[in-house]
Write a protein that binds this ligand. Structure first.
Ligand code: SAH
Length: 258
């Protein structure tokens, strides 16, 4: 029996898959990819004769059945997922039935869209003495948020918030941040199709105007919302520098020079 690999395809640009993920695709007997966001271009490395299917019209039971069936005859079966499989990827729902069927499972991490969005906009998610914490979250849609995890509660930390799956609920995001004490002029970043060649859109706004700006750009899907006190730091005249490169700071690889 074969092994099923859950491979993070990255945020969209096919070049952002890991070398390990690409090598598994190149050796795969079967690949099941998650339709909407995983660029079919990622298929460019699949070998001739590889069975390739799109899971976008499949329910969970069909996905599992497909993977189990392919693993009967192929050594490497790849489940290609957007970004990183551990984030909002329904990973465990699929590994459990595979475990039950006695099929070996492996996971290859991927570049999450949170990272791709920050990269697209040349932003940092952490900055010394500004924030050292990143929360990856969403607002409640059909999936409810567990107690204590409403965006309003999380936003009270005033750290970096990367909000997935919520662009159609941007009004809610804005409302929750306001209720948590974020000011109207707080910077908000929305990146649509981060890293997708020719399709990426970067929208910079504030709590007060981000909705209008996204509406004007017709952004209604596939977008990362980042709220952070670090946004725009590239243009700040004063910056608290990282201790790592501080000349007066001794660490494992370097002695302080002053
Ligand atoms: N596992 C994925 C997230 C899957 S949930 C990851 O690590 O990125 C799907 C959500 O991810 C979307 O609603 C959107 O918020 C975000 N997303 C995925 N790809 C994106 C991209 N290229 N640009 C912006 N947001 C993206």
């Amino acid at each position: 029996m074969g092994k099923v690999w859950f491979v993070g395809a990255g945020p969209g640009d096919p070049d952002l898959i890991t070398v390990k993920g690409r090598d598994l695709i190149a050796g795969a007997g079967a690949i099941l990819f998650a339709g909407s966001l995983v660029s079919e271009a990622a298929m460019r490395w699949a070998p001739a004769g590889c069975v390739i299917a799109d899971s976008k019209d499949m329910a969970l039971a069909e996905i599992t059945a497909w993977l189990v069936e392919q693993a009967q005859t192929k050594a490497i079966v790849v489940r290609l997922q957007t970004g990183d499989p551990a984030l909002f990827g329904a990973l465990i729902e699929v590994t459990q039935p595979l475990d039950a069927a006695g099929i070996e499972v492996g996971v290859v991490p991927g570049v999450s869209s949170a990272m791709a969005a920050a990269a697209a906009a040349v932003e940092t998610l952490t900055l010394p003495e500004v924030t050292q914490t990143v929360i990856l979250t969403r607002v409640a849609g059909r999936t409810p948020m567990p107690a204590g995890e409403s965006l309003q509660e999380l936003a009270q930390h005033h750290c970096t918030l990367c909000v997935f799956l919520s662009i159609t609920l941007l009004h809610q995001v804005v409302e929750d941040l306001r209720a948590a004490g974020w000011r109207d002029d707080a910077a908000i970043l929305v990146v649509h199709k981060a890293s997708w060649p020719g399709e990426e859109k970067i929208i910079r706004g504030t709590l007060a105007d981000i909705r209008d700006k996204c509406r004007a750009e017709k952004i209604a899907s596939q977008a990362m919302i980042i709220a952070s006190p670090t946004l725009g730091a590239r243009h700040w005249p004063q910056l608290k520098k990282s201790k790592l490169y501080d000349a007066t700071f001794t660490h494992r690889f370097r002695r302080a020079s002053e």
